[in-house]
Unconditional design. Structure first.
Length: 196
């Protein structure tokens, strides 16, 4: 996707979802103390770090308790509001600000933490050749139900085959998943979804 497309889609999406973001932020604060926005250092294109923005779905300070940075299925640190936000991927709406900043794209591999990048093989590091995205090939082909190494392989395939047509296909499948809920959430697996 072009930068102009990313900015246009992100700006329109933020405008449309502003009421949802406001209600979610209020619900998060009512249920648990702490900022409704969660900030986490992630790795972007070319290995450059940036601060990812998400709606907080866990208790404040969750990364220092329980499984640490990993999130397992049924993790008790996930709040009731957080579980609902994760179910519909609403926790990722603040990623649109990252797109406007130029740190992310609408479509691309999901950004991950440095600890995971440090374990990449040379082939797996190829997923860093493009900007990370809000949605991507791995997200519409199994998402968290896939083992971590399979998700990375799907991301590398995307890097090798990316095109405007493929991006539009990914967006169409993402919209369908959000509208129907089909394939959107299978529960956390593999312990490698970073905390938020």
């Amino acid at each position: 996707m072009t930068r102009a497309f990313d900015v246009t889609v992100a700006a329109l999406a933020l405008l449309v979802t502003a009421p949802v973001l406001a209600l979610a932020a209020i619900a998060i604060r009512l249920e648990s103390a702490g900022s409704p926005i969660y900030r986490q250092r992630r790795v972007g294109r070319g290995g450059q770090p940036f601060e990812l923005l998400k709606l907080r779905t866990m208790v404040a300070g969750a990364e220092h308790a329980g499984a640490g940075m990993a999130v397992n299925y049924g993790d008790p640190r996930i709040t009731r509001v957080g579980a609902l936000l994760r179910r519909f991927s609403l926790d990722e709406l603040p990623n649109l600000v990252n797109v406007l900043r130029g740190e992310m794209s609408i479509v691309g591999p999901r950004p991950t933490i440095q600890a995971q990048v440090d374990q990449y093989t040379d082939r797996q590091r190829r997923r860093l050749e493009v900007k990370p995205g809000i949605t991507g090939w791995a997200q519409v082909n199994g998402r968290a139900s896939l083992p971590w190494h399979e998700r990375i392989e799907l991301d590398v395939w995307y890097v090798d085959n990316r095109s405007l047509l493929l991006d539009l296909r990914i967006l169409a499948r993402t919209v369908r998943m959000l509208a129907t809920g089909h394939g959107l959430y299978k529960g956390e697996t593999g312990g490698w979804r970073p905390t938020a």
